[in-house]
Design a protein around this ligand. Structure first.
Ligand SMILES: [Zn+2]
Length: 289
């Protein structure tokens, strides 16, 4: 971890706090009389932003320290290497975690258990903001935990979903299946996938949003190819965003020599809200293919 930004602030006698990947300080805008620290500074790049008055910039440029970009690049590279190391080693479920004991939004305890759903009893130092959430480890093909996703347990809770690490590149999940399938059904969200899996559509995979898979499609779909998957059904939400994303993704996936079929859902319906009967009918349709 680079300390360039922290050192610069110390040198300038600016008091700061650490907050995740940022440092927080009182706003540097001379016109903003900031009583609470409203400004965040990226601890690596020095980019700053005041969320109260909107003042933006870069701390190195602000203090006239930045003569060339090279040391910034080194800092970024170091950060990247540290990240790769995390990726390689995998993350661990915090020791204080408690297995989620109840059904959640109609999803059975058995399915929640199968995917290691847990909650944190109060605030956690490692995973800030994950209290009051049902949390799932997201594993790669080797079984290592690459990230966590937490959903607020209150429907009014905000934000609804939180990922940790917050800047993680999300891979489709799950990557492996209990039984061998030749096709998978891709849905947008993790709770869409959970609902389908819970109701017997075992080969459902979550893409974590409509746009995530449009980047690095090849490397993200490789684990499925390796497992003998040759057909992908895209079952995104029955709204404009879902339909457009499916249309955009189809040719990208076909380039990788998968057969792609779009399952278009009725207006305003999504796989997370599907009934047992509906999922049974989809299963039947897919098996007939
Ligand atoms: Zn400000």
């Amino acid at each position: 971890m680079s300390d360039y930004v922290a050192n610069l602030l110390k040198e300038k006698s600016i008091y700061f706090n650490y907050q995740g990947n940022d440092l927080t300080v009182k706003c540097l805008n001379p016109d903003h009389d900031d009583s609470n620290p409203s400004m965040r500074i990226d601890k690596t790049t020095g980019a700053f932003h005041c969320f109260s008055c909107g003042f933006k910039g870069n701390i190195f440029r602000y203090f006239g320290v930045l003569t060339n970009q090279s040391f910034l690049k080194v800092a970024k590279l170091k950060e990247k290497i540290a990240q790769l190391k995390i990726d390689k080693e995998g993350l661990e479920i915090p020791p204080v975690a408690i297995p989620y004991p109840r059904t959640f939004r109609g999803i059975s305890v058995a399915t929640l258990k199968r995917f290691d759903a847990f909650y944190l009893p109060g605030e956690s130092k490692e995973m800030r903001g994950f209290e009051d959430r049902i949390i799932f480890p997201i594993r790669d093909i080797t079984g290592k935990i690459r990230s966590f996703q937490g959903r607020h347990t209150l429907s009014s809770g905000s934000p609804k979903y939180l990922n940790w690490p917050s800047n993680v590149s999300l891979l489709p999940y799950p990557c492996t299946f209990p039984a061998r399938h030749s096709s998978i059904v891709m849905v947008e969200g993790w709770f869409d996938a959970l609902n389908c899996i819970d109701k017997g559509l075992e080969n459902t995979v979550c893409t974590f949003g409509t746009n995530t898979l449009q980047k690095d499609t090849k490397s993200k779909l490789l684990p499925y190819k390796m497992q003998g998957i040759n057909k992908i059904f895209l079952m995104f939400d029955g709204d404009d965003a879902g339909r457009e994303a499916a249309k955009k993704l189809k040719p990208l996936i076909e380039e990788l020599e998968f057969t792609v079929e779009i399952i278009e859902l009725e207006d305003d319906s999504d796989p997370g809200g599907m009934s047992q009967e509906y999922i049974d009918s989809i299963k039947e349709y897919i098996n007939a293919k």
